[in-house]
Design a protein. Structure first.
Length: 187
């Protein structure tokens, strides 16, 4: 009995942290794939193009984001991420004990430890915009979605939570204004 307790104590303190670290990398990859698929599906289903996300008036040179459409896209992406993550709930990540050696030849050898992926709460989808000077009377306009997703790795011995954050570019365009006859830049 003492040997049994000692064995599991050694496994929990020395082996499990490495297995969890490897599992977290795989879980983040699975979460990022779910985010990418959800964004791609949402944009395709809504029939969106880059030009749909902003309006530009030639006369006044005004640029504005189509916030209603972007908010609608955020809601759709969140819904699709939750749907994608439900399919991951049934998937297991397995890590071979040989991966702990650090030798490529043994990376897939030995018994495997399995983890289930569970989503923690809803996906947090928001957007950000940025204007930057890109030249004389040129403006670089960017808008992107920021997606935060919490994932829980679970196995009978240990559980760990990890987060995945992804930025998905919607707009990255340079808008040209009218070039002035005279230009003076003082620094």
């Amino acid at each position: 009995m003492v040997a049994f307790i000692f064995f599991f104590s050694v496994v929990e303190q020395s082996v499990m942290p490495s297995l969890i670290a490897i599992g977290q990398v795989q879980a983040k990859q699975a979460a990022n794939n779910a985010i990418d698929t959800a964004v791609r599906t949402s944009i395709t289903n809504m029939g969106l193009k880059t030009e749909d996300f902003f309006t530009y008036t030639q006369n006044g040179g005004n640029i504005s984001a189509n916030t209603l459409l972007i908010n609608e896209l955020c809601a759709e992406v969140s819904k699709n991420i939750n749907s994608e993550m439900q399919t991951l709930d049934e998937r297991k990540i397995s890590v071979a004990i040989g991966a702990l050696t650090g030798w490529d030849a043994l990376a897939n050898c030995g018994p495997r430890v399995s983890f289930k992926i569970r989503q923690m709460g809803e996906a947090d989808v928001d957007y950000q915009t940025e204007f930057a000077q890109a030249g004389i009377n040129q403006t670089n306009y960017k808008a992107w979605l920021t997606v935060n997703l919490m994932v829980h790795l679970v196995n009978p011995i240990k559980a760990e939570t990890t987060s995945s954050q992804r930025k998905v570019m919607l707009i990255d365009t340079v808008i040209e204004g009218k070039i002035p006859n005279n230009y003076l830049e003082i620094k």
